[in-house]
Design a protein around this ligand. Structure first.
Ligand code: SF4
Length: 446
């Protein structure tokens, strides 16, 4: 979501005549978009601001701004603590960014905007910003969250749930597709409840997006196990452009920890959803988030988490140690788990997940898959994209003409969570140094 927000801010500023400058030393305005989901990210922001102070000393006219959830959470305190900071704004102020930056530049004022939408409507609109389109794009369709999981800062930094109308979202998808996008990932903190309080729903949006000519793939993130309804699960069985992949965080396998987290489901209810999803789409790749070391988590609780990991065999898991966030309910919970125990549990969970992933990926060697090529990798050695299951695949004999195209790839190697392979049909030439040549443009698919 922050990648999308950053892109949107840059698009809005570009539409007002600003130019994107990636060299922080040359830029007139430096905006740092932030996340406050974990304590560590907040510390990083403060230390980065300290490192940037010499640039302000050298050029007092350079504008520094903090955007995103750290700005929302810390607000005025940030301006007080960091004298060389000119602008602090939250995620709900994104559409006002041009005016806010203009006020700092033209009037020399320090600016704070952490206001949420004042109205109580369940819908909102945002100006379309489709200034450039990558093969795979994110698109926010709703904001906020009405759940209050006891560890989570999101409802405090992004407010209550509000959805964009389907017509507005579909219009943005069409604009992306016209510019070359082939895969769209709809974003929402609690996306299954998209349309809540209106007559629209996520299932309806997916059905309409499925009809868009030129769009090849649809994904969405993030789902909540309680809100993932039968209609949404069934779509994995019959909506042709909906990728067979779903991120469904479970956080803990222990019912008592889930209760303390206020996650509103039990382990068995979560596993039932997994069963239903696999009923509709046996090949579906499932991924999840877990938190280890939540206050009160015992060894027996943690074993339940390992049990779910082993039973479901996820295609990917984001694993975190519990990090207390000021303002959330869990901060006041006693019975904190010692850091060393959290470390040990994280290590155990990682070892289990990696061994499962390793086995899954090795089983794919020799198989063929379809990869939407997104870019040449940073070192210029191969092209990178994802298959329908969301696995990253590095392709060694593709050409620039493949970027933005879906090509058939034979998997030849599995490396950690990544796969490597060759574009089927393109001749491979082995150079003297052992590297493989790329096919010519004419060998790329149309
Ligand atoms: S559902 Fe997700 S975003 Fe909402 S409070 Fe819970 S963890 Fe946070």
């Amino acid at each position: 979501m922050n990648v999308y927000d950053s892109d949107r801010m840059s698009g809005l500023l570009e539409s007002q005549g600003y130019q994107l400058e990636k060299d922080i030393r040359k830029a007139d305005v430096v905006l740092i978009n932030t996340c406050s989901i974990r304590d560590k990210s907040e510390h990083k922001v403060l230390s980065l601001l300290g490192e940037l102070r010499p640039l302000k000393q050298k050029n007092p006219n350079k504008v520094f701004g903090i955007t995103g959830c750290v700005g929302q959470r810390m607000g005025r305190t940030l301006l007080q603590r960091v004298p060389h900071l000119d602008l602090v704004m939250g995620p709900d102020a994104i559409d006002r960014i041009g005016g806010l930056v203009g006020t700092v530049l033209n009037e020399g004022k320090r600016v704070l905007d952490v206001n949420f939408d004042a109205d109580r409507k369940k819908t909102y609109s945002q100006p379309s910003v489709v200034h450039r389109a990558k093969p795979s794009e994110f698109l926010t369709i709703m904001k906020g969250c009405d759940h209050f999981c006891t560890y989570c800062i999101v409802p405090f930094t992004r407010g209550r749930e509000k959805s964009r109308p389907i017509a507005e979202v579909i219009s943005d998808v069409r604009s992306f597709v016209e510019k070359g996008t082939r895969e769209i990932t709809f974003l929402g903190q609690n996306i299954n409840t998209y349309g809540k309080g209106t007559s629209e729903s996520l299932a309806q949006l997916i059905e309409q997006a499925d009809q868009i000519e030129g769009l090849e793939r649809i994904r969405y993130v993030t789902s909540h196990p309680r809100d993932l309804g039968e209609d949404l699960m069934a779509q994995f069985g019959h909506v042709s452009k909906l990728c067979p992949a779903l991120h469904l965080p479970f956080q803990s396998g222990s019912d008592s920890v889930l209760k303390a987290m206020s996650r509103l489901y039990t382990q068995s209810q979560y596993l039932e959803k997994i069963e239903r999803l696999r009923h509709y789409c046996p090949e579906i790749a499932l991924s999840a988030d877990i938190i280890v070391g939540f206050p009160g988590e015992t060894d027996a609780d943690f074993k339940e988490t390992l049990k779910v990991l082993a039973e479901v065999e996820f295609a990917g898991v984001f694993m975190f140690k519990y990090s207390p966030r000021p303002g959330t309910r869990a901060v006041s919970y006693e019975d904190e788990v010692p850091e060393s125990v959290k470390d040990e549990r994280l290590y155990q969970a990682q070892a289990l997940v990696h061994s499962i992933l390793d086995r899954q990926n090795r089983a794919l060697i020799g198989s063929k898959t379809h990869v939407l090529i997104e870019s040449l990798d940073k070192k210029g050695k191969c092209f990178t994209g994802r298959n329908p299951h969301g696995k990253i695949v590095h392709v060694f004999n593709a050409g620039m003409a493949c970027v933005g195209k879906t090509i058939e790839v034979e998997i030849t190697e599995a490396n950690g969570s990544n796969l490597r392979g060759f574009y089927v049909g393109a001749p491979r030439t082995i150079r003297e140094d052992g590297s493989l040549s790329s096919p010519s443009v004419s060998q790329a698919p149309n």
